[in-house]
Write a protein that binds this ligand. Structure first.
Ligand SMILES: O=C(O)CCC(=O)C(=O)O
Ligand SMILES: [Fe+2]
Length: 332
């Protein structure tokens, strides 16, 4: 694996994503030991277009989808420490053959889960219901317990609302920790939680996966151990209702005969250029980022039946200009 995951060289432990936002960066938006690979030729075309053309001037436009117009709200929830896999900040290389093979297997697993009703009641996009296929993959390498990724949700600007993200773990076993942000009432479900939004399937893709979050319907934090060859599917609305992290640890954890204390993670995602194009430009001229709105009383009030989004300045690219614009909403 190392021959391609280590592409950007260097370490990702010390100043990594776990350190309150001061991520070590080597390329645009990518930390060392993280690399980004396109699986579809279209993705490469979109990427090239991004590099060649400045975004369209749409600064004064009203909000995009179902949301209202520009509002004078204060900024939303304090900006989370977000992971880099936002394709607007990507430097992608083509996926090597083993990664394509893994992507095909992951796509088949996720699609079969959808086809057999395992994702019933979840807010899947119509296209995803027909079968899900990722367009790119992000590879992370955690050399040992000193490496982690801080609490974040994955960027929605280029993934669109309610994305499916499938995460394959290889090597050492590390803890994947989820933090509940808002309770969501899913259609047809009785519980007031995004209960079944994370589905971790054990080694070999064994059936009878453990749905850790479902078992913990009323807790605000869930730990899922991710052993070698496990697939963790972050079903929607996982990115909206939860944040996640791989905590650094000084405690012993299960190593792997081939990789020792090193864990590799491959997340498979589908880029939705149509959503990325909808993001307005903020006052400082950068493309705004789309985030999920979390109601103030999210954790004590009644569950939300609607996912709401807003656009704000991308603070990962420099001092925020204070831009805020209402975004789309998605009834569950
Ligand atoms: O390593 C993992 O399991 C999670 C990685 C992650 O959250 C990310 O790349 O956004
Ligand atoms: Fe993430």
């Amino acid at each position: 694996m190392e021959w391609w995951i280590g592409e950007y060289g260097g370490g990702y432990g010390g100043g990594g994503r776990g350190d309150g936002g001061s991520r070590a960066r080597e390329g645009p938006g990518l930390s060392s030991k993280t690399s980004c690979h396109y699986l579809l030729a279209e993705e490469r075309v979109v990427q090239q277009r991004h590099q060649e053309q400045p975004p369209p001037q749409q600064q004064q436009q009203a909000s995009t989808a179902a949301g209202g117009g520009t509002a004078q709200h204060p900024p939303g929830p304090s900006s989370s420490l977000e992971a880099p896999p936002d394709t607007s900040a990507r430097r992608m290389s083509p996926a090597p053959a083993p990664l394509r093979l893994a992507a095909d297997m992951v796509a088949a697993t996720v699609s079969e889960r959808i086809r057999s009703g395992g994702a019933a009641g979840l807010p899947l996009e119509a296209a995803d219901r027909q079968g899900w296929a990722p367009s790119y993959a992000v590879a992370n390498c955690y050399q040992d317990g000193s490496c982690g990724v801080g609490v974040h949700s994955d960027r929605l600007t280029s993934l669109g609302p309610a994305p499916i993200i499938a995460s394959l773990s290889l090597g050492a076993t590390r803890t994947f920790r989820l933090h509940l942000q808002q309770r969501v009432q899913l259609r047809g479900s009785r519980g007031a939680n995004a209960g079944s939004t994370v589905d971790s399937t054990g080694p070999g893709g064994a059936a009878g996966s453990s749905s850790a979050a479902a078992a913990a319907a009323d807790v605000a934090r869930v730990d899922v151990e991710l052993p070698h060859n496990s697939l963790c599917i972050m079903w929607p609305p996982c990115q909206e209702a939860w944040k996640h992290e791989i905590p650094k640890t000084t405690k012993p954890f299960p190593t792997h005969p081939s990789t020792g204390s090193t864990r590799y993670n491959l997340t498979f995602r589908r880029h939705k250029p149509e959503w990325e194009a909808r993001a307005p430009l903020c006052r400082c001229g950068r493309r705004a980022v789309m985030k999920a709105r979390q109601p103030k009383a999210a954790l004590d009030g009644s569950p939300s039946c609607t996912l709401r989004y807003y656009y704000t300045c991308d603070s990962s690219k420099g001092p925020p200009c204070g831009f805020w614009q209402d975004g789309p909403s998605l009834a569950l």
